[in-house]
Design a protein around this ligand. Structure first.
Ligand code: URA
Length: 283
């Protein structure tokens, strides 16, 4: 059985992600060996011992195979300079509004035209004290209606991915999006919308101060890493966002349309789990 097939079987690849309870705990060595995670792990450790400024762009010890561009969305897309200006250095927590103030400011935001078409803003969901932070793209139709991120089909897949990794969506993670308002018709976020909204995300991250960030999909990954590279190139390594380790992976909505890439997303979750364990190990 080839490696890809092995992982797909192991994670119960189906129309939706069907986690098998306990499998991750029972077979860490297996999946590690099969997925060449160890090589990535070694690379990640090396990166963690470098200053943040040099770690971000370090090439992986094992170059991922040339990405299979399964869809137009997966191709490298130029990101206009306007979307890549997240400040490099976080301001001290004392200089940013409180969590409640920030939530209120977002709820009243009129910084871009999305305020005219939204039903409501979608600030985030989960535990603001969580050690994991997941960042997606923008609310869709369901999220716009319910006021919570990832409540549609993509959210169901995300919940299953989290459960498979032993994480509870409400207790262990905080989930936010790059955009707080739904782009009409679920179109891609526009550069000026990302620019208008990016300060909110940055302040959310400063409040949550997660141990690890998992960026879901092209817009989250490229915005946070200020990169124009495709996800296929950026995944499988540990990056840094303002000193916080960041794992890039595919967006759950993309995975619903491209089932074979679920195996790669699982590898990314394994890498994230390993990093998290390392970072939270007590001496
Ligand atoms: N996709 C996202 O990126 N975020 C959501 O909240 C829902 C779907």
């Amino acid at each position: 059985m080839n490696r890809s097939r092995f992982i797909q079987q192991a994670i119960g690849l189906g129309p939706i992600w069907e986690s098998r309870e306990g499998w991750f705990a029972d077979h860490p060595a297996e999946i590690s060996r099969q997925a060449l995670i160890q090589a990535h792990h070694d690379q990640a450790i090396a990166e963690l011992h470098q200053p943040a400024s040099t770690a971000t762009a370090t090439a992986p010890a094992v170059q991922p195979a040339a990405p299979i561009l399964a869809s137009e969305k997966d191709k490298p897309q130029p990101v206009s300079p306007a979307t890549t200006v997240l400040p490099a250095v976080a301001s001290p927590i004392g200089q940013i509004p409180s969590w409640e103030q920030l939530e209120q400011t977002v709820a009243n935001c009129e910084r871009c035209t999305l305020c005219r078409t939204r039903t409501q803003t979608v600030f985030g969901r989960g535990n603001p004290q969580a050690r994991w932070m997941l960042i997606g793209e923008a609310p869709g139709e369901h999220e716009d209606r319910q006021g919570e991120p990832f409540v549609g089909k993509a959210g169901q897949l995300l919940d299953n991915m989290l459960a498979a990794a032993g994480l509870d969506r409400d207790r262990d993670v905080y989930i936010a999006n790059v955009l707080k308002c739904r782009p009409p018709g679920n179109r891609n976020p526009a550069p000026e919308e990302i620019l208008a909204c990016q300060g909110y995300l940055q302040q959310q991250i400063q409040h949550v101060r997660p141990v690890l960030i998992v960026a879901l999909g092209r817009f989250a990954v490229q915005t946070l890493l200020q990169s124009e590279q495709a996800i296929g190139k950026l995944r499988g390594q540990v990056h840094q966002y303002q000193g916080i380790p960041l794992i890039a992976t595919y967006h759950p909505a993309y995975l619903l349309r491209n089932l074979p890439d679920k195996a790669k997303a699982w590898q990314d979750m394994v890498l994230a789990k390993q990093q998290f364990s390392r970072l939270t190990q007590t001496a």
